[in-house]
Write a protein that binds this ligand. Structure first.
Ligand SMILES: Nc1ncnc2c1ncn2[C@@H]1O[C@H](COP(=O)(O)OP(=O)(O)OP(=O)(O)O)[C@@H](O)[C@H]1O
Length: 214
């Protein structure tokens, strides 16, 4: 589902990482760990085509991102990707159901029934009309997960999604994230500092400045 080959990222003369090679199969759950600043978020952004790199390839579902322009990447993201951020990134002026329904709207396939189904699946049934400011951190992260999976993405990328949450809420959010990845049949790539979250993955990869290792 996802292939990264020999990826190198530099800012000016400074290497963030080089020679990063990894494969993630459909339905697989891979955790990426590594010390702060080693480039985990940057790597995830490259996987999503949201950042640029200096060498190597990123192939999502058979499509080499280098063959796409900005618009092509945006379309691929819209169709095939779900992204969950640590800071939720929900839109404050839209209610919960509107936030979750946004990817479907952008695809020209609005579907209130599907939104209700996903809200139920993440345990937020009945909260569709709340504004984000009326939710707890754990609830907001579940909104972000619901929004990331509502369109049935093939690849789900999560950047430290439990970082702002207490351990109990974090465990619940991880449960929902894994269940939703499975439900969508999506490959899940999780960047995390949490040992307990990483321990749930099929594989844990350590990112270092000179590549990834087990
Ligand atoms: N725009 C930029 N210009 C220069 N350096 C940058 C820029 N953005 C990020 N960096 C550097 O790139 C490196 C990788 O950052 P990144 O956020 O990907 O690391 P990370 O492993 O996710 O860190 P953390 O675990 O602390 O979130 C860091 O050293 C950071 O300072």
């Amino acid at each position: 589902m996802l292939e990264v080959q020999g990826l190198a990222k530099r800012y000016g003369e400074v290497d963030v990482f080089r020679d990063v090679t990894l494969d993630v199969a459909a339905r697989e759950f891979v955790a990426i760990v590594g010390e702060s600043g080693v480039g985990k978020s940057t790597l995830l952004n490259c996987m999503a085509g949201l950042d640029v790199w200096q060498a190597g390839r990123v192939v999502v579902d058979g499509v080499d991102l280098a063959t796409l322009g900005d618009e092509g990447r945006a379309l691929l993201r819209r169709e095939k990707l779900g992204f969950v951020f640590q800071a939720f990134h929900v839109l404050p002026h839209l209610d919960v159901a509107q936030n979750v329904g946004l990817p479907l709207l952008l695809l020209g396939r609005p579907n209130a029934k599907r939104v209700a189904q996903v809200l139920h699946a993440v345990g937020l049934e009945g909260l569709g009309h709340r504004l984000p400011q009326e939710l707890s951190g754990g609830q907001l992260q579940r909104v972000a997960i619901a929004r990331a999976v509502v369109h049935g993405p093939k690849l789900l990328l999560a950047d430290e999604p439990t970082g702002n949450l207490d351990p109990q809420t974090a465990a619940r959010v991880m449960e929902v994230l894994r269940a939703q990845a499975q439900e969508s049949g999506a490959a899940l790539v999780l960047v995390t500092h949490s040992a307990s979250a990483a321990a749930q993955a099929d594989r844990v990869l350590h990112l270092r400045s000179d590549g990834v290792g087990a």
